[in-house]
Design a protein around this ligand. Structure first.
Ligand code: LMR
Length: 328
């Protein structure tokens, strides 16, 4: 009888092993709206590589760029339905889930990306990662893209040059107020539609980072880009509470560590692209650069900064103070 027990045990272990071999890895989806050759596109691919290397056969991560799977209008809803497990919308796109992140849209709040980074890593910034927990959204980390510039089919040198012009904006009331403040007409549209809207002249201009303006070829359909650095376009990588809590603790730790590494790479690429993509746009000669004198830039500041007061109650004065403190 001992022999047959041993035989059974062998058969059982062979069966178990072959089950492992044939067990399908769990599919994880990461959806985003930009091109692959961008900070976010590269971060997502690095995350895929690390997970598949560290948890081989257990998970595959499929990355869907360019709004292929979900776009601005549905990616967060899809996340909450667990149709996608990771998304990284810009900080301007969470308005339906929290008003706190509106702080990142306040015009002329951050002096540069170093200040943005200091604020994000501060206690106040880290607290904001949890601002949507009650809605079922878990913030896992910030990812940089860069500072925003204005573009249009005319040179925008002074605030009055924007008057009456239609600008595509992300779905953010703060950004809408920013354009209202100079008498422009903000139009909320998903990222995937921007090129066509500009090309067909349905809208006159937009605001974006050098990286997005380059990778989406906006510079080919905009005659002028004003180097305004008036605001920041960064991301929050988020998952759903359901998915995150459903992961075994040891796997969750691997996911978090891999994401942190992927974000570090993405941030490095963001810093590089900010210069490289700007240069590539200038070299193309398709679009002319408008640089602002300190006096001209001050006019934009004066026109747009009153927007802060309108949103101070929703965002919190303490948060705004903390963000400003990061400038020094
Ligand atoms: C935009 O809509 O302009 C950006 O948020 C796109 C992106 O994800 O960088």
């Amino acid at each position: 009888p001992l022999k047959s027990i041993a035989k059974l045990a062998t058969i059982a272990s062979i069966l178990a092993a072959s089950f492992n071999v044939f067990a399908e890895p769990t599919e994880i989806k990461f959806s985003h709206v930009v091109a692959e050759n961008t900070p976010k596109g590269q971060m997502a691919l690095k995350f895929k590589e690390l997970i598949e290397q560290r948890l081989p056969g257990e998970y595959v991560v499929n990355v869907f760029p360019n709004s292929q799977l979900f776009g601005d209008n549905n990616e967060l809803a899809a996340l909450l339905l667990n149709d996608v497990q990771f998304v990284a919308p810009s900080l301007s796109k969470f308005e339906r889930y929290t008003k706190k992140l509106q702080i990142f849209d306040l015009p002329f709040l951050f002096e540069d990306m170093a200040a943005v980074d200091r604020f994000q890593q501060s206690e106040s910034g880290q607290k904001l990662l949890n601002s949507m927990n009650r809605k079922g959204i878990v913030g896992l980390g910030y990812l940089h893209n860069g500072m925003k510039q204005f573009s249009a089919n005319d040179p925008l040198t002074l605030p009055k040059d924007a008057k009456g012009k239609k600008f595509r904006i992300m779905a953010s009331d703060v950004i809408a107020a920013q354009f209202d403040a100079v008498g422009a007409i903000p139009v909320k549209k998903p990222f995937s539609e921007v090129f066509t809207l500009l090309q067909t002249r349905a809208i006159d201009g937009q605001e974006n980072t050098w990286s997005n303006t380059y990778s989406m070829k906006f510079y080919e359909v905009q005659s002028h880009i004003t180097e305004s650095n008036h605001g920041v376009l960064d991301y929050m990588v988020v998952t759903s509470n359901t998915f995150w809590k459903g992961l075994p603790a040891d796997k969750r730790a691997v996911f978090k560590a891999s994401l942190d590494e992927a974000i570090a790479l993405g941030n490095k690429i963001a810093a590089e692209k900010d210069n490289e993509d700007k240069q590539a746009i200038l070299d193309s000669k398709r679009s002319e650069l408008v640089t602002l004198t300190p006096a001209a830039r001050q006019q934009w500041v004066n026109a747009m900064k009153p927007v802060w007061a309108k949103f101070e109650d929703q965002i919190g004065k303490d948060m705004i103070d903390a963000a400003q403190a990061a400038n020094t």
